[in-house]
Design a binder for this molecule. Structure first.
Ligand code: RIB
Length: 296
């Protein structure tokens, strides 16, 4: 089993389903409302656990009812929450609008995630005991930098999802092995709209990049090699929330098992394709047997 530590956010997703998202100053009537456990970190943790990894979640929830439900959700998925601290105040929330073609728009309010500014000896030890560290950017950057540095010092492979996108300092990227932006994040970080061009710019800062392209698949690029475009399974999406997180969680499991990049990407793409066919983030993450059936 791949030992994976996830240093990241845990949010309650407050999701409104509507035919189309409102424009600025506009009110539209929605069809349905759901509260679904989410957060980019917790989503990656659940995805990795469902895909067959041994997963430890590092982060914080609030001392509210959402926090209780978020912890239970992670534990139900088999994620170790011993290092998921309970902070005073509200849990993180994500305010999400999903339209009829499955696209979403999200406002995240960090809540308890914002108190994770530094890591203690327990967190550092957990990272050191892992094979892979997954990170995103919904925790304060200081903690993410500390985690990446601790992982690198112990030879732990580091994978960063640069979302929500923001300028990335060298003190972070110097410790990242694989960067997994979507095409918008890749464009923002590189100044290049075209994914191949963006990947080439990003390779100046990290050794490997996977630019996820939604229904078009993903582009893998490594220093000194030819970039490879991988197609995604063709499916009808009802909700793309958490698809990128599912991809990364499953990818980490497959890479940790020693699969070559093509096989790991096929496994991860199958997981993401299954995720978009159901509503919600953590509620739509497939189990290993389902992924293996889809990936053949
Ligand atoms: O990546 C999807 C996630 O982003 C949602 O679950 C939401 O919580 C936001 O963090």
């Amino acid at each position: 089993m791949t030992r994976i530590a996830v240093l990241g956010s845990t949010n309650m997703d407050l999701v409104a389903y509507t035919a189309r998202a409102p424009g600025r100053g506009e009110t539209v009537t929605g069809r349905e409302f759901r509260t679904v456990p989410g957060g980019k970190g917790a989503n990656q943790a659940v995805a990795a656990a469902h895909a067959g990894g041994e997963v430890m979640m590092i982060g914080a929830i609030g001392d509210d009812v959402y926090g209780t439900r978020l912890r239970e959700g992670l534990e139900h998925a088999g994620v170790d929450t011993d290092l998921l601290h309970t902070a005073e105040g509200p849990s993180g929330t994500a305010h999400i609008v999903v339209d009829d073609i499955g696209s979403n728009a999200i406002v995240v309010v960090p809540g308890a995630n914002g108190v994770v500014t530094t890591l203690g000896p327990g967190e550092i030890a957990a990272i050191a005991a892992s094979e892979i560290l997954l990170m995103q950017l919904e925790l304060p950057l200081s903690a993410v930098v500390e985690g990446a540095r601790a992982a690198r010092a112990q030879g732990v492979r580091t994978i960063l999802t640069p979302a929500p996108v923001q300028p990335l300092p060298d003190e972070l990227l110097d410790h990242i092995d694989l960067l997994v932006p979507n095409e918008h994040e890749a464009a923002e970080l590189s100044g290049q709209d075209e994914p191949h061009a963006a990947a080439q710019i990003l390779l100046r800062r990290v050794p490997e990049v996977i630019v996820t392209l939604g229904a078009k698949g993903c582009l893998y690029a490594a220093r000194g090699g030819e970039p490879v475009l991988f197609e995604a399974p063709s499916v009808t999406a009802v909700d793309t929330t958490g698809a990128g997180d599912t991809f990364v969680g499953a990818l980490a499991v497959a890479l940790g098992e020693g699969r070559p990049v093509a096989g790991a990407v096929a496994f991860a793409s199958a997981a993401a394709a299954l995720c978009v066919q159901k509503p919600g983030a953590s509620t739509s993450m497939p189990y290993r047997s389902e992924i293996e059936a889809e990936a053949v």
